[in-house]
Design a protein around this ligand. Structure first.
Ligand code: SF4
Length: 105
C-alpha cells in the first residue's frame, strides 16, 4: 500500500533502493544495464506522482510542464512506447498522444 489514493501504479518510480535518489548518480554499471536506469534522473520522481496519473478528466498540464525540463524525456517516452504503458503521462505525452505516435511509427 503506497498511500496514494488514485491510479498511481505500485511500481511507479522512485524505489530509492533500486533506482537511486533522483539526481544522484549510482555506479555506471548499475545504471546502464537496467531498463529503468533512466528513472534515477526522472524529474517527476521529485514531484507529486498524482500529477502524472490524474483522475479521468483531470489536468495533465503540470505534469507535461515538468516533462519539458526533464533530462530523460526521450528515454521515458521510448520506454512507455515499447512497454505499451496505458496510463499516465510519460515523456510529456498522454496515453492518447502516445497512441498517435505509435500509429505514425
Ligand atoms: S519525461 Fe516526464 S514522466 Fe518521464 S521521467 Fe521525465 S518528468 Fe517523469
Amino acid at each position: 500500500m503506497t498511500g496514494y489514493r488514485s491510479g498511481v501504479p505500485e511500481n511507479w518510480f522512485v524505489d530509492p533502493v533500486n533506482l537511486g535518489v533522483p539526481g544522484v548518480r549510482r555506479p555506471a554499471e548499475a545504471d546502464a544495464d537496467t531498463a529503468l536506469g533512466w528513472q534515477a534522473d526522472a524529474l517527476c520522481a521529485q514531484t507529486d506522482p498524482e500529477a502524472f496519473f490524474p483522475e479521468k478528466g483531470g489536468s495533465t498540464r503540470d505534469a507535461k510542464r515538468i516533462c519539458t525540463s526533464c533530462d530523460v524525456r526521450d528515454q521515458c517516452l521510448e520506454y512507455a512506447l515499447k512497454n505499451d504503458e496505458r496510463f499516465g503521462i510519460w515523456g510529456g505525452l498522454s496515453e492518447r498522444e502516445r497512441r498517435k505516435v505509435k500509429r505514425r511509427a
